[in-house]
Design a protein around this ligand. Structure first.
Ligand SMILES: Cc1ncc(COP(=O)(O)O)c(C=O)c1O
Length: 497
């Protein structure tokens, strides 16, 4: 009997409950041990602010961010050693421009020296700073609509006296919606806004995947329709492309027309509809550092603003360094070249996104309220349903993340009433956002199933005791901008009746 026919009689590999990872560990770091008592003491010392807590003392898993926290591959480490640290025109720059053309399309890294259109920065936000500084000079009262601006994008738009406007999809607000693409922009809202004020809108933005909207993906249909609406009214369209590969995977798996397409083909199609993009390579660049602004050669944005390429280059030289490294080191550029190639590997993406989903499923199995469906890079716990007894000003997410870190050693991040709220010292009024979330962002290629299961179980223990979750008071920084990075808290003393 042939071995193949015996194997064919067995349950297929893809139907087994557990799948082997598409990689193995190349090197590991042992964690130091710290007891719950030591972790609690350190948290009190840093005013319960998890950002100020030393990462070495995170004895569980660190879900603070998926940005720059990727475990690099052996090919990336090898490439790192080929980094060329020359001040002008290092070897990696040319390789990177070729990779940009291959990944996103030939129009995004021009070979014409008189037409600069690809700009490197040390991470995403300095690129946003450069772009919105240039756009801000175009006029007063400008509006930048989006399916959901990330907080640094929002802040850079405001810093340049423009108005960020989020047009979240209606499905995002509907817990009963089974839509796979809750990250979409609200097309009717966009069309209405453009008809009213196209002359005030220099560019429309789509964030893929939609980090502010629960990490939810955007469909190809939505990208195409957005491009059509923008095209009719002569308004350029940009992507905030940090998680472009994860978004492409969702299109392949959930949009019927794309089941037979490859991830690289889907990525190129997504970018074919837009006039430019900003990106932090710390996510789907699989790199620890890097960012960029890319304008389509002969695209609508460059046609409308022919001087913008030179303005961006001047900004880059003034703030970051020579355009061929743009604030990145030569070895980071080499690691990025490889990362951009490897990130579109379908088996990697399938594992990555299923891992995040399994983490969400483990939380759901304990009854923990999370945003569903789970997006590409993080699981978001809904604190309003987790601790309904606490009021917005009790900052349940801050309390929960501090207790989780002290008791079980896992670090997550409040993105809710404190991070997105504000306090006006003049009126002494607090403003609170609609959603009160705690984000568990999963770093790429870093954790195994048991790490995520351990975190879900730890969360479930706090969930069981949720009626005892204490409120916190802000002891420093309530009125500060970006206050979550700087504030300090203490648990409120319970007044016994
Ligand atoms: C959607 C999105 N845009 C922009 C940024 C900013 O990138 P960076 O952190 O590299 O400045 C981030 C970072 O998390 C992001 O998630």
């Amino acid at each position: 009997m042939e071995i193949n026919s015996i194997a064919k009689g067995l349950k297929p590999e893809s139907e087994l409950k557990s799948q082997a990872r598409p990689y193995f560990n190349h090197s590991v770091e042992f964690k130091r041990k710290f007891s719950a008592t030591e972790r609690a003491a350190k948290l009190e010392e840093v005013g319960l602010n998890v950002f100020s807590y030393p990462s070495e003392m995170v004895t569980g898993s660190d879900f603070l961010s998926d940005s720059g926290t990727t475990t690099m591959t052996n090919e990336q480490w090898a490439a790192l050693h080929q980094g060329d640290e020359a001040y002008g025109s290092n070897r990696g720059y040319f390789l990177l421009m070729e990779q940009i053309r291959q990944t996103f399309g030939g129009d995004f890294a021009s070979k014409n020296p008189n037409m600069p259109n690809a700009f490197l920065f040390h991470q995403g936000r300095p690129g946003e700073d450069a772009l919105f500084t240039a756009i801000g000079r175009l006029g007063d009262g400008l509006i930048i609509p989006s399916n959901g601006h990330f907080d640094t994008t929002h802040a850079n738009i405001l810093a340049n006296r423009m108005h960020p406007k989020n047009l979240f999809s209606h499905e995002l607000n509907d817990p009963n919606s089974k839509s796979f693409f809750k990250g979409n922009i609200d097309l009717n809202g966009l069309e209405k806004l453009l008809h009213e004020s196209a002359d005030k809108i220099p560019v429309v933005y789509l964030t893929i995947t939609n980090n502010t909207g629960g990490g939810q993906p955007v469909s190809m249909v939505n990208i195409k329709e957005t491009a059509k609406i923008c095209g009719k009214l002569n308004v350029p369209l940009f992507l905030d492309a940090c998680r472009f590969a994860e978004n492409a995977w969702f299109i392949k798996k959930c949009e019927p027309n794309y089941i037979g397409s490859t991830i690289p083909d889907i990525v190129r199609e997504m970018f074919s509809y837009v006039d430019g993009f900003t990106i932090s390579f710390k996510k789907d660049g699989l790199a620890n550092m890097g960012g960029g602004v890319f304008l389509k050669e002969n695209g609508l944005f460059i046609k409308q603003h022919p001087g913008i390429g030179n303005a961006l280059m001047d900004h880059q030289i003034l703030k970051e360094g020579h355009p061929s490294y743009g604030g990145m080191s030569g070895h980071d550029i080499m690691a990025l070249v490889v990362g951009l190639r490897q990130v579109t590997d379908e088996s990697y993406l399938t594992h990555r996104i299923n891992q995040v989903k399994a983490f969400g499923d483990a939380m759901l199995a304990y009854g923990i309220p999370i945003i569903t469906p789970v997006g590409g890079h993080a699981v978001y716990v809904d604190m309003n349903r987790f601790a309904p007894g606490l009021k917005p000003g009790d900052f349940s997410g801050i309390s929960f993340t501090a207790i989780l870190l002290a008791a079980y050693g896992h670090r997550a991040c409040e993105l809710g009433n404190f991070s997105f709220g504000s306090y006006d010292p003049k009126t002494q009024k607090e403003k609170f956002p609609r959603m009160n979330l705690v984000r568990f962002a999963v770093p790429r290629l870093r954790y195994e199933k048991q790490d995520l299961e351990a975190a879900a179980e730890a969360v479930s223990e706090i969930f069981k005791a949720r009626d005892d979750l204490p409120a916190v008071d802000v002891v420093y920084g309530k009125e500060l901008p970006l206050r979550h990075f700087k504030a300090r808290f203490k648990f409120r003393e319970l007044v016994k009746p």
